[in-house]
Design a protein around this ligand. Structure first.
Ligand SMILES: [Zn+2]
Length: 83
């Protein structure tokens, strides 16, 4: 797989921004609180899309990229803490 394939992320936040955010979250002692706040309001509407107003211009299926990022970071953080 070429680098272009890995970095392309159509419809979502740019991959570099996502990774930067994950990095900051993982390093923060308040990770759980921040993760909870970030995911707040990101729920599925009856059509299966995330109903958070942040997606008003560009609808995303639930779980949206932000919820997936938060879940990923939370999972990584737990793995680091228990090892
Ligand atoms: Zn969302």
């Amino acid at each position: 797989m070429s680098e272009g394939m890995i970095c392309r992320n159509p419809g979502g936040a740019p991959m570099r921004a996502m990774l930067g955010m994950a990095d900051v979250l993982l390093a923060s002692p308040d990770r759980r609180i921040i993760c909870d706040r970030l995911a707040e309001g990101h729920r599925a509407d009856p059509a299966g899309r995330c109903e958070h107003p942040v997606h008003a211009d560009r609808p995303e299926r639930h779980p949206c990229s932000l919820v997936r990022l938060v879940r990923l970071v939370d999972g990584l953080g737990r793995a680091v803490e228990t090892s």
